[in-house]
Design a protein around this ligand. Sequence first.
Ligand code: C5P
Length: 142
Amino acid sequence: MSAPGQPALRLLLVVAVALVDADGRVLVSERPAGKQLAGLWEFPGGKVEPGERPEGTLIRELAEELGIRVEEPCLAPLTFASHAYPDFHLLMPLYVCRRWTGTPRSMEGQALKWVRPRALRDLAMPPADAPLIPFLIDLLEV
Ligand code: C5P
């Protein structure tokens, strides 16, 4: 809640997904130059548009950004991030997905890499994404 006299922060709903390959590695994508937080590594995803369900957003974004097709039952919710940026409050559910059709490739010129969940700790990620890492380590590292 905002303090008395303070304007409420705009709420932004973004969905993200950890794509997990057969070796237990997770795909991260570099935010391109010119965007806010450029150069930081993030989980694929994007803004939920009015009228969309979060799973529908992910299916759309994964096709647009990575050229893969995901069936809705393959998207398992894991946790969510909640982070106050200076100009908006971000709510970001994180899903896990282990099955898709096609090979993820950069459709928008963004750099991609597969990393072990533990190695996510060494990556420069947006402040909203970093608190999600322990959940992935718990889920995926044996
Ligand atoms: O990706 P997009 O620029 O549409 O996301 C809107 C905002 O949400 C970003 O400017 C960034 O501040 C935040 N964001 C984030 N972590 C992500 C994706 C977006 O903090 N994985």
